[in-house]
Design a protein around this ligand. Structure first.
Ligand SMILES: Nc1nc2c(ncn2[C@@H]2O[C@H](COP(=O)(O)OP(=O)(O)O)[C@@H](O)[C@H]2O)c(=O)[nH]1
Ligand SMILES: Nc1ncnc2c1ncn2[C@@H]1O[C@H](COP(=O)(O)OP(=O)(O)O)[C@@H](O)[C@H]1O
Length: 190
């Protein structure tokens, strides 16, 4: 199974990159479920399955979720059968990353890292309200500190203002190609 997990602060480019991996590199995008309101540019079933709190609670009661989390006044969760397809990509928060690493230790976790200043700029482009933006970023900053202990299991990609989305994708794809070549080489020697 080759599962790619993408995580990072709000505005780090997770959605943009997962969409490129899906559209240009044939990755199956795991669409997770959320109770947060849909943003203007989002489509139900593309970024998320947008559902009501009642529907989310029902899914919790029915044990439909593989893992779920509560973040910034909204619920987010993913379902198990979606992880069964090979060559998948999913976007998760730090709690989800920890859970997935404990169940699928071979999954590749990429953390998109950027300065708060750049995150603010990107969120402003996305028309995020300044007040909401600061709250999101400080919550993300705290939550991502939990992943420090998993340093060697997570591939950090440092993003600077000059980096185009394609540069970031190229780093991820380059790493995946290297890993595949290494595994093939290892298979050939055994
Ligand atoms: N654990 C978990 N986290 C999720 C899931 N879906 C989304 N997230 C995370 O929820 C957080 C909030 O996502 P979102 O509201 O789309 O904000 P964004 O970070 O600005 O794109 C992000 O850290 C996502 O990675 C899920 O199914 N499970
Ligand atoms: N490398 C990049 N260069 C310039 N703009 C970017 C880059 N990556 C993402 N963006 C833009 O930044 C904003 C936030 O990206 P998004 O993918 O929504 O982040 P996230 O899902 O992590 O919150 C969007 O407007 C997106 O078009």
């Amino acid at each position: 199974m080759s599962l790619i997990v993408i995580c990072g602060w709000s505005g780090s480019g997770k959605t943009t990159i997962a969409n490129i991996l899906q559209k240009q590199y044939g990755y199956h995008r795991i669409i997770t479920y959320t109770t947060r309101s849909k943003r203007e540019q989002e489509k139900n079933g593309q970024e998320y399955h947008f559902i009501s709190r009642d529907a989310f609670q029902k899914m919790i009661d029915q044990k439909a979720f593989f893992e779920w989390t509560y973040f910034n006044d909204a619920y987010y969760g993913s379902i198990k059968k979606d992880y069964e397809r090979p060559k998948s990509v999913v976007i998760l928060d730090p709690a989800g990353v920890k859970k997935i690493l404990s169940i699928f230790p071979d999954s590749l976790v990429f953390q998109l890292c950027l300065s708060k200043e750049l995150a603010r700029k990107r969120l402003a482009q996305r028309k995020e309200q300044p007040k909401n933006m600061e709250k999101r970023l400080s919550m993300d900053e705290k939550a991502f500190a939990q992943l420090d202990a998993f340093g060697d299991r997570i591939l950090s990609i440092h993003i600077e203002e000059k980096d185009q989305v394609e540069d970031v994708v190229a780093k991820i794809v380059g790493f995946l190609a290297q890993k595949e070549a290494y595994n093939k080489d290892l298979g050939g020697r055994q």
